[in-house]
Design a protein around this ligand. Structure first.
Ligand code: AMP
Length: 420
C-alpha cells in the first residue's frame, strides 16, 4: 500500500456513514423548523481572517492552524472553525442590508493541528449556527434551546448545559481589575501559562484545566458578580427564557471566553461519561466580532457542535440509529441475454424511484442470492433464458419466501406500486 491516511483524519465507511446521514438529516430537519438557512463557505480562507476573527492569542491561531503559502504567494488557512467565514460572507454579500436577524447554519469539516485522541481529530466536523443582527436575550435562549432539542431528537441523555455571562466592554474591565487584585498574591503559585495570562488575559486563568489553578481560583471575583445592570438583566432574561421551555442549565462561573469580542452569554454542553473530550458543543455571544471583521457594530451569537463527538456519545449511550435501508430489488440474472435485460431493468427501476442492484461479478445463482441477502434486498427478480422465452420473471419476496411470476412488461410497475 502506498500510504495510510494522515494522522487525526478518518475515513467514513459503509456501516458508519449511515449514522452520519442520519445525524445530518436531523440537523436539516431542525434547522428548517427553527428557521435557519444553510450557508456554505470555502474550506480555506485568507489567513488574516482567522488571525482577526478567531484571535491571535488563542490556541487555535497560535498552535493549531493548517496554514500554507499558495502558488500565488498568499497565506491561506484551512478553516479551523466556521464563525469567522460566516461573518465574512455576511459582510461580503451585504446580508446586513436585508431583514434582520439573519439566521444561518453550516455543516462541514474543520481543521486543527491538535494532538489526536478519542474524540479529538485534525479533521473533524461541526454543525454550527449563527444569528446576526439581534441583541435580544431571546435569541441567546433560542440557540441554546435548539442545540438541546437536537440532542434530544438524537436520543442523547445525561447532558449538562453550562452557562455564564462574561459581561461587556463596559463591565469587563472592572472584573479584570478585581480579578488581578485577587490573583496578585497567588501569582507565583499559578501554572506557567496562567502567569503569562495574568497581564494579557487574566480571565482565562478561570478556565485553566490545571487542578492547582482551579483550586487557587475558587474564591476570586466571578464575572457575574461584576456585571453592569444591562448585562445582569440580559443574563437573567436568558435564564428566564430557558425556564419557560424547561431547558435545565447550571451556571458555571468559570466558563469564560477570553477574547475581547465575546460578551454576555457563554455556554457549553457537556456529555457525561464519554471521557476527557466531553464537550459536545459550545457557543456564545460575540457582538464585537462583527466590528472587527466587517467594521460595523452588529450583534452576533452562535454555537458549534462536534459531529464526531455527538456520534460517539450516541454509540456510547446505545442511542437508536435507524435500521439500514437495504436495496429494494436485486435482479439475479443468468446468461448473456438476461444480463443485458437485467441491466436495462435496474436502470428503469432506479428511474422509477426503486433502489435496484444486479450482479457485476458473473456469479452463479446461489452466490447472487447470497449477495441479495447481504444487501438486505426485499425482493429478488430471477431472470434466465427460460424466463425470457416465456416473457416473465420470477419475483421472490425475501421476507416470506413466496415466489410469483410477473410479466416482463409489468415488472417496473409491479415494484413502483409495491414499494416496500
Ligand atoms: P470549539 O469551536 O472549539 O468551541 O468547539 C466546538 C465543538 O467542536 C466542541 O464542543 C467539540 O464537540 C468539537 N471539536 C472541537 N475541536 C475538535 C477536535 N479537534 N476534534 C473533534 N471535535 C472537536
Amino acid at each position: 500500500m502506498l500510504t495510510s491516511r494522515p494522522r487525526g483524519t478518518n475515513d467514513f465507511l459503509p456501516g458508519e456513514i449511515e449514522k452520519w446521514h442520519y445525524v445530518e438529516a436531523k440537523i436539516q430537519e431542525i434547522c428548517k423548523e427553527y428557521g435557519f438557512i444553510e450557508i456554505r463557505t470555502p474550506i480555506f480562507e485568507h489567513t488574516e481572517l482567522f488571525l482577526r476573527g478567531v484571535g491571535e492569542t488563542t490556541d487555535i491561531v497560535q498552535k493549531e492552524m493548517y496554514s500554507f503559502t499558495d502558488r500565488g504567494d498568499r497565506s491561506i488557512t484551512l478553516r479551523p472553525e466556521g464563525t469567522a467565514s460566516t461573518v465574512r460572507a455576511y459582510f461580503e454579500h451585504k446580508l446586513y442590508a436585508g431583514p434582520q436577524p439573519v439566521k444561518v447554519f453550516y455543516v462541514g469539516p474543520m481543521f486543527r493541528y491538535d494532538r489526536p485522541q478519542a474524540g479529538r481529530y485534525r479533521q473533524f466536523h461541526q454543525f454550527g449556527v449563527e444569528v446576526f443582527g439581534s441583541k435580544e436575550p431571546s435569541v441567546d435562549a433560542e440557540v441554546i434551546t435548539m442545540a438541546m432539542d437536537l440532542y434530544a431528537r438524537l436520543g442523547l441523555k445525561d447532558l449538562e448545559v453550562q452557562i455564564n455571562s462574561v459581561g461587556c466592554p463596559n463591565c469587563r474591565p472592572i472584573h479584570r481589575q478585581r480579578l488581578q487584585e485577587a490573583l496578585q498574591a497567588k501569582l507565583g503559585e499559578l501554572c506557567e501559562t496562567c502567569q503569562g495570562r495574568f497581564d494579557k488575559n487574566p480571565m482565562r486563568v478561570l478556565d485553566c484545566k490545571n487542578p492547582n489553578c482551579q483550586e487557587l481560583t475558587t474564591d476570586v471575583p466571578t464575572t457575574t458578580a461584576c456585571l453592569c445592570d444591562e448585562c445582569g438583566s440580559h443574563f437573567e432574561q436568558v435564564k428566564e427564557y430557558l425556564d419557560v421551555v424547561g431547558i435545565q442549565y447550571v451556571v458555571n462561573e468559570n466558563l469564560v471566553r477570553g477574547l475581547d469580542y465575546y460578551c454576555n452569554t457563554a455556554f457549553e454542553i457537556i456529555a457525561k461519561g464519554i471521557g476527557a473530550q466531553s464537550s459536545i458543543g459550545g457557543g456564545g455571544r460575540y457582538d464585537g466580532l462583527l466590528k472587527d471583521v466587517g467594521g460595523q457594530e452588529i450583534p452576533g451569537i452562535g454555537y458549534a457542535l462536534g459531529l464526531e463527538r455527538i456520534i460517539l456519545t450516541m454509540e456510547n449511550q446505545n442511542a437508536n440509529f435507524p435500521p439500514k435501508g437495504g436495496t429494494e430489488v436485486f435482479v439475479a440474472s443468468l446468461g448473456q441475454a438476461a444480463n443485458k435485460l437485467s441491466f436495462d431493468l435496474i436502470y428503469k427501476l432506479r428511474k422509477a424511484g426503486v433502489s435496484a442492484e444486479k450482479d457485476h461479478l458473473n456469479k452463479g445463482l446461489r452466490a447472487q442470492m447470497k449477495q441479495a441477502d447481504r444487501l438486505q434486498a426485499s425482493y429478488v427478480v430471477i431472470l434466465g433464458d427460460e424466463e425470457i422465452n416465456k416473457g416473465i420473471a420470477v419475483v421472490r419476496h425475501m421476507y416470506s419466501g413466496d415466489q410469483e411470476e410477473v410479466s416482463l412488461e409489468k415488472l417496473v410497475d409491479f415494484f413502483r406500486y409495491n414499494k416496500v
